[in-house]
Design a protein around this ligand. Sequence first.
Ligand code: DI6
Ligand code: FE
Length: 392
Amino acid sequence: MATGAAWGLIEHGSLVTEGDCIKWLGPDAKLPAALAKASAHEHDLGGALVTPGLVDCHTHLVYGGQRANEFELRLQGASYDEIARAGGGIRSTVAATRAASDGELWSGARQRALALMAEGVTTIEVKSGYGLSAEHEARCLRIARLLAHELPLTVRCTSLGAHALPPEFAGRPDDYIEAACAWLPALHAQGLVDAVDAFCDDIGFTPAQTRRMFEAAKALGLPVKLHAEQLSNQHGCELAAQFQALSCDHLEHLDDAGVQALAAAGTVAVLLPGAFYFLRETRLPPLAALRAAGVPIAIASDHNPGSSPGLSLLLMLNMACTLFRLTPEEALLGVTRHAARALGLQDRLGQLQVGLQADFAVYGLDHPRELAYWFGHNPCLRVVRAGVEVTP
Ligand code: DI6
Ligand code: FE
């Protein structure tokens, strides 16, 4: 995924790591003899496919409970908005998250991270947003941080205090935003926040409220991201672009002005086919306009208990192609180079290139297009993270 040429594929390749970095890669026939001799451990992968470690740049992994009951209600005709407005939706997971013990939250998050890792994921983003109080947001972010300490995984933690209105602030969204802005410095001081996100939608927060969260992030020097134009067009992307957002995510209702704003700001468009599929949406994100404007496109699982309960990033590649019409190459870029950029990690991760972190996955496949082709099957054979084999 490192060059402009199709896929950047190297046939009959060799890859040399030193410490946690890639020291050399290229065609095996060109491997310098000195490097071949110096290598302490040699692994013959037997012609398997090696890709950069996959990056899932949008997840909500830390939460209590599940919402299969709402899935049934939706199948009987209730809409996602109706359930949310009736106090279910995100708020029912907030109640379950607050009621869960630290151990329950930890073991749920750990199992989900392991499921993603089994397919070759070596980096994930984890959002808070099911605690919605200073205490519970901190608890969820601490559990997200713990994933990086306990598992061979790079984790970026995003504070999503502006996800939904908690019951104690019912009818007072501006007061809630003020409170959420006020607790951000303490979360940041504890080292729990890498970025700030918000849900800007007619069942979420208004652009004016989102702007206040972004101002609070900016005051701390934190980058922002946005759940934008998912269920309605609030022109969130134009706002986010003013703050040089790392990414805007969902985007089914994005219009041309929003596309131009993303392009001008260098913001990544993160498409989430799992939520589109599970909510049985019909309005497609404007792929042709994003392509024409040269906006980098990423793909993520959006794993969460309400709109995307799946734990397969490879299935998202398939769905990005079948539902959104990405090419298989665009889909793989979307979980490697462009996903790393959506997290601000493009200088370290997302490509196989000399000097970058030695994160890679080995698949029993002949060609990378197969990553988007097969589904319901895990072809991952081995995983290396930061130069160390961590095969699950
Ligand atoms: N949009 C989503 O799809 C998730 N959050 C958001 O802002 C859904 C979260 C949930 O339903 O629990
Ligand atoms: Fe999300």
